[in-house]
Design a protein around this ligand. Structure first.
Ligand code: HEC
Length: 270
């Protein structure tokens, strides 16, 4: 199928090639992809952010491929020119949108096993979840000796990834007409910190139903901020991670406040 598609694209000429290349694709099972990749899988050592607490980093060696090599194979040549972001969709509705530029500047790996043969699972300490299956695919980053990546924590490490697609970073849902420009930074923060799991005006992940813009309208500011900063204090067994718990407290409060003020201000779109 794949071969036929490429062949048709090629004889149709360069203009059509653009349209023929895949924009969205299910990631094949690891054994299947292994047969399609030009090089065998490799081991990559990373500080596992789900297991690292404070400055105590836990090094895990995972087996997989450089993410860009998988994209090249699955999305086709010039994938990096056909979208602004790579969207990774997980089995449980979690959606991660990461700029294409990030994959070109930092080393990300799509992995499918641990090198030591231990189960391909992780304890997600911040989300109160044990033995979370990571497969079929897990995106990890070469964060050893990279303070900026370490500071991000597990935010950009989606697991149970089953599908990838190239998307535009459409801001129309987040920045509708009429929104005061001073809320723009808040919108960017929501994108970074919340939209992997939640939606604003239909844009974002599907881990929790509901429109954050609508929820915020009926919420008390202090209570909302507490929920973001210490979810466990607001409800038992919360699986929502605390907002960037690697940042200084004052910075976390500032981010949470900007997020709430934006959500309160942004018009709710149908
Ligand atoms: C990793 C996924 C994830 C991220 C990231 C996340 N949340 Fe949540 N959130 C959840 C889940 C799951 C729940 C459901 C309650 C629970 O299990 O904690 C929830 C619950 C909530 C609720 C309560 C909704 C209700 O009506 O009860 C609010 C409000 C909320 N989140 C806002 C936010 C905001 C704002 C951000 C960004 C700062 C954010 N969340 C980031 C997963 C996430």
């Amino acid at each position: 199928m794949r071969f036929a598609g490429n062949f048709l694209c090629r004889i149709a000429g360069a203009a059509a090639l653009f349209a023929c290349a895949a924009q969205a694709a299910d990631l094949p099972a690891p054994q299947t992809l292994q047969r399609q990749m030009p090089t065998p899988p490799q081991a990559f050592a990373v500080y596992e952010p789900h297991l690292s607490v404070g400055d105590r980093h836990v090094t895990i060696r995972y087996v997989g491929y450089p993410a860009v090599a998988v994209f090249e194979r699955i999305l086709g040549r010039n994938w990096q020119k056909r979208g602004e972001a790579v969207e990774l969709r997980a089995l449980d509705g979690y959606v991660s949108r990461l700029p294409v530029s990030r994959f070109l500047a930092k080393r990300g790996f799509l992995v499918f096993a641990r090198q030591d043969g231990a189960p391909f699972t992780v304890n997600n300490l911040r989300q109160n979840e044990k033995d979370v299956p990571l497969g079929p695919w897990y995106l990890v980053w070469d964060n050893i000796g990279n303070p900026a990546l370490i500071a991000e924590g597990a935010r950009n490490w989606p697991y149970q990834v089953k599908e990838i697609r190239l998307v535009a970073l459409s801001d129309r849902a987040l920045l509708p007409e009429g929104l005061d420009p001073r809320f723009r930074p808040g919108a960017a923060l929501v994108k970074t910190h919340c939209l992997t799991c939640h939606k604003v005006n239909g844009y974002g992940g599907e881990k929790f139903a509901g429109n954050l813009a609508e929820i915020a309208k009926g919420s008390d500011r202090a209570e909302f901020l507490r929920l973001l900063l210490v979810p466990a204090a607001q409800r038992d067994g919360a699986t929502m991670p605390a907002l960037s718990d690697r940042l200084p407290e004052a910075e976390r409060r500032r981010i949470a406040g900007a997020i709430f003020d934006y959500l309160k201000a942004v018009p709710v779109l149908p």
